[in-house]
Design a protein around this ligand. Structure first.
Ligand code: PMV
Length: 323
């Protein structure tokens, strides 16, 4: 028996990933840039055990569908040249599958725990490539602070990985997550972004403009220019949701509280607080703000009708092993 436990934090993209290139296992059609969140994480233990005749998985104390996980574990087994089955026990410290990036932290933690338990010693880039094969955004959760995920050009995905940009201490921004619905989302991102080339007339424009958005964001992050980072973040978010809404069938992830929270963030900004919103494939609103403003932003978002709770977060660390 060999086992390992890892913790990885969730991340939110400032420049969004949506759409896949042709080929196996989450080759992104566009690059992306994200921040890793200290307050939201997944702990995962993997035990390879020769007494097991099938993989077993448990998420937040309940049995989980092992099929997607078996396909992922097979990648690890193939590389480690073992065929032992595994038991996976995983827990999120936040609601699963509701647009809080549980697949990002989940597959990053699983990549590190499973590869270590299998006796592999992967470097961060190899881990990022492995995590991407579980979920595209998980490639970024291998790293802390700001990270960039590359689209890559190769059909085998060997250049589709993330790299760190800035450590949390380099630019200690705050994030406030406004939760507007705790239920798991109806259309998960893998299904939502499949076959977009056929399903949205806007998809070509989305891909075409992504390089320019990424370049502008890199420059703004390097300059620690929050106003530009914020403007690009809101633009990428709204462009993503425009693309989602234009998909056949149209994907609408927002609820009335999502829109109200967007307006509240813009209201705070009009009142002089440097805060900007972003939203993933779910109804939660994440507000990115300058250091020291998290408390005021959380208080305002909590007063928005339909906002159930808020979570404040600093930028988080890289995925790591735990005792
Ligand atoms: O990694 P996935 O398949 O869960 O897709 C993530 C998609 C978004 O969260 C909407 C955007 C992103 O870049 O994280």
């Amino acid at each position: 028996m060999s086992q390992a436990t890892a913790r990885a934090h969730s991340n939110i993209a400032l420049i969004k990933y949506w759409g896949k290139r042709r080929g196996p296992r989450n080759l992104p059609a566009v690059g992306s840039i994200s921040v890793t969140l200290d307050a939201l994480y997944t702990d995962t233990t993997v035990v390879f055990d020769s007494a097991l005749d099938a993989d077993r998985a448990e998420l937040d104390g309940r049995p989980a569908d092992a099929a997607r996980l078996t396909a992922f574990l097979d990648l690890v087994r193939e590389r480690a040249e073992i065929d032992t089955r595994a038991s996976i026990v995983s827990a999120n410290n936040f609601p699963t599958g509701a647009g809080l990036a549980s697949s990002a932290s989940g597959f990053a933690a699983l990549a590190l725990a499973a590869s270590t338990a299998a006796g592999l010693e992967l470097d961060p880039r190899e881990l990022s490539i492995l995590a991407r094969q579980g979920s595209g955004s998980a490639a970024r959760s291998i790293f802390g602070g700001f990270a960039e995920m590359y689209r890559g050009e190769q059909d085998d995905g060997s250049d589709a990985f993330a790299e760190p940009m800035l450590a949390p201490a380099d630019w200690p921004l705050e994030i406030v997550v406004a939760v507007t619905d705790l239920a798991a989302k109806a259309v998960n991102s893998s299904i939502g972004m499949s076959h977009l080339d056929r399903r949205s007339d806007y998809y070509g424009a989305w891909v075409e403009h992504s390089e320019g958005d990424l370049a502008a964001m890199r420059e703004a992050i390097t300059a620690r220019d929050l106003e530009t980072v914020g403007a690009l973040t809101e633009m990428s978010c709204l462009k993503l949701h425009g693309l989602m809404m234009s998909t056949r069938p149209g994907l609408i992830y927002w609820n009335p509280a999502t829109v109200a929270a967007i307006q509240a963030v813009r209201g705070l900004r009009a009142a002089g607080i440097p805060v900007y919103f972003t939203i993933d494939a779910g109804p939660q609103v994440k507000a990115l703000c300058a250091p020291g403003h998290g408390e005021a932003v959380a208080r305002e978002l909590e007063s928005v009708p339909g906002v159930l709770e808020t979570r404040r977060s600093a930028l988080g660390p890289a995925a790591r092993l735990r005792a």
